[in-house]
Design a protein. Sequence first.
Length: 317
Amino acid sequence: MKVIEHMRSAKETLLSFEILPPLKGKDIRSIYAGIDPLMEFGPSFINVTYHREEVVYKERGHGLLQKVRVRKRPGTIGICAAIKAKYEIDTVPHLICGGFSREETEDALIEMNFLGIDNVLALRGDPTKGENHFVPERDGHAHAVDMVYQIAELNRGKYLHEEEEEAAPTDLCIGAACYPEKHPEALNLATDIAYLKQKVDAGAEYLVTQMFFDVDRYFDFVGRCRNEGIHVPILPGLKPLTSLRQIAFIPKTFHVDLPEALSKELLKCRSDQDVRGVGIAWCVDQARRLRDGKAPCLHFYTMGRSEAVRQVLDQVM
Ligand code: FAD
């Protein structure tokens, strides 16, 4: 079932999770171990992130370094199919422009379609390490909007090189990303929202936000989007903070602010356990306020750790 159909038939705020594929060499059972404790809360769908290959340097002795390209977390589409079969739940593979030609994008979409996956989250991806701006493949997409358009075309039966009358249309529900605190490369929130509207006009049926810690910013953002003519559901992304390391890592990596009231409490923390207590309490409050404000779905970023999300849901559901 499509994410948008879940939204349309929902009587209350839904629940969904984002998970990461396991590191290469780990078993799919590590994925199930993360999902199992969350299933009792009745999520409507599960997203699986996509990770492009990275350049790493391997020591080869005598001071020699070998440059190799590795994908540390492969298997997004296969994992989606496996989760769908095991739990009979809808899945949403993420697909990025980075590292993909348009043909490779089409192949991935065909694969999803053949596997009975009804959804895809269309993303640009970040610049690779060492690049200071995003560089598309020679025949790839420079922005997520171009991928959204390609998927919408495929849904209309328009493949890249096939004759129209021979081609079976896909029927993928298209999601896209948005940023209540603006995307880091955007000049300002207004231009970011103008580009966001292009994604919706091209065929994105719903949007998922970057994680945020200030609920007011989510509601302000939704209001601005509505004023600019974006009327699709906007799903808030939530992440409970759980470690001292995350306090520094999350604002820098995801370009989000920690509200003063939260940072005040975090600065008193001396251990991961202290942070966990503060982070979970904060996230519980966010989830309740979002639900009271009729957010369509609470979308939790598990980042490979489901225990904290479970502790939040124990108090919220
Ligand atoms: P875009 O929509 O292309 O926007 C990128 C920037 O370009 C923005 O500043 C925007 O304002 C600007 N822009 C957009 N269109 C145009 C245009 N036509 N002309 C000029 N400027 C334009 N990354 C991964 O690698 N794998 C994942 O699985 C993944 N999952 C994510 C899930 C969510 C919910 C979110 C919020 C992010 C995720 N990301 C993931 C990160 C994402 O790939 C990065 O944030 C990336 O830098 C931007 O992706 P986008 O799809 O928002 O890009």
